[in-house]
Ligand binder design. Structure first.
Ligand SMILES: *Cc1c(COP(=O)(O)O)cnc(C)c1O
Length: 370
């Protein structure tokens, strides 16, 4: 995905540099407020990435050794890794074939008495069923962390993904819709957690560096617990503030391109493109297409043919349990995960994609169908 960064972002970054305040400061505070308001959360705590956001979302709930955390294997590997950072055990659950997301049934199938939390991913921007999964987690008395890395601008039940989440983690990596170069955010309605998250990202200090510098009196800070340096810079936040203003238009444009893909792909049998689920709208952060048995060509060959035609499609979303880092884990069977990761690919969908590009891509796919 090609990030949409323009002159305004460059100007905003330059202003932050010229202001002399480049580390976490006033722009980070404003970015947190505006981002939290946009996704309908009470508090936003900016951090260095979604990976560190996920880590802190587990730390703030005191999840650790002996605890099991249910995650989809069908996700970027950071989702599962965050569980290991706190010494807990990731337990892989399967996903739904159409959405690529955890469901109440797939989570229930691997739940044990040691399950402390679920990290559910809004995969590729497709919202999971927040009403069903939040209700099930509450009934089971397990925490629900929402990995919303890909979901800025997606909606569930008519509201932004993030609204009503106990705690959610977001990414601003350039592969996501909204980018600050690197960066992340934790959002939550819980004021106590927000306060502790602010300390956890900054070495456990009871006063932030920004507050200390702003004070006329000397401030003697204390370090309340062993914590981390997961701060965002004001340069990143300056870029993020500009990007926030672009988000609605970015999503509108991507959805229009996705609709056109749907129309062009419809006559080709055997290709199943990702769509809005019944309960919400995706931002089409990833436009993945599943190849089913009716299609004549296998996924890897399709990728090779597309590359030969000058199209840089990518393999579909990975499955963490198939990676060497998780080789010693023997999960319950994950047939849908394995099928999706083996048979899907991600078509180019970015702001610079033209209708001619789309026609070209679909014509290659049409030839490989028969
Ligand atoms: C990209 C991604 C992450 C990691 O985000 P970073 O900001 O790069 O750390 C985590 N989870 C999912 C589902 C992602 O797609």
């Amino acid at each position: 995905m090609i990030p949409q960064l323009g002159e305004e972002e460059a100007q905003a970054a330059a202003e932050a540099v010229r202001s002399g305040w480049v580390a976490q400061g006033p722009r980070v505070a404003r970015f947190e407020q505006e981002f939290a308001a946009l996704v309908g959360a009470g508090h936003g705590v900016a951090v260095s990435s979604c990976t560190t956001a996920l880590h802190l979302a587990l730390v703030v709930q005191d999840i650790g050794p002996g605890d099991e955390v249910i995650v989809p294997s069908f996700s970027f590997i950071a989702t599962a890794n965050a569980v290991r950072y706190v010494g807990a055990t990731p337990v892989f659950a399967d996903v739904d074939l159409d959405t690529g997301n955890l469901t109440v049934a797939t989570v229930d199938a691997v739940r044990t008495s040691r399950t402390r939390a679920i990290i559910a991913v809004h995969q590729g921007g497709v919202p999971f069923d927040v009403v069903a999964l939040r209700a099930a987690a509450a009934e089971w008395q397990v925490a629900l962390v929402e990995d919303a890395a890909c979901a800025a601008g997606s909606t569930a039940y008519g509201r932004p993904v993030g609204t009503g989440a106990t705690i959610a983690a977001w990414s601003f990596h350039p592969r996501k819709l909204l980018t600050t170069g690197e960066g992340g955010m934790v959002t939550t309605d819980n004021a106590d957690w927000a306060a502790r998250l602010r300390r956890l990202r900054e070495h456990g200090m009871n006063v932030s560096a920004a507050e200390r510098h702003a004070s006329a009196q000397p401030v003697l800070e204390q370090y309340l617990e062993t914590a981390f340096n997961y701060r965002m810079t004001d340069i990143q936040a300056a870029i993020g503030l500009v990007q926030l203003g672009r988000l609605a238009e970015l999503v509108r444009h991507r959805r229009a391109l996705a609709t056109r893909y749907h129309e062009l792909l419809a006559p080709i049998g055997g290709l199943v493109p990702v769509r809005d689920p019944g309960h919400g709208q995706t931002n089409f952060q990833s436009f993945w297409v599943r190849i089913d048995r009716k299609y004549a060509t296998g996924r890897d060959e399709v990728l090779a043919e597309l590359a030969a035609a000058g199209v840089s499609a990518r393999r579909g979303i990975m499955a963490a349990h198939l990676e060497p880092a998780y080789a010693e884990v023997t999960p319950a069977p994950l047939p849908v995960t394995e099928r999706l990761t083996r048979d899907s690919l991600i078509l180019p969908l970015h702001h610079a994609l033209t209708e001619d590009d789309q026609d070209h891509i679909v014509s290659v796919l049409g030839k490989l169908a028969a």
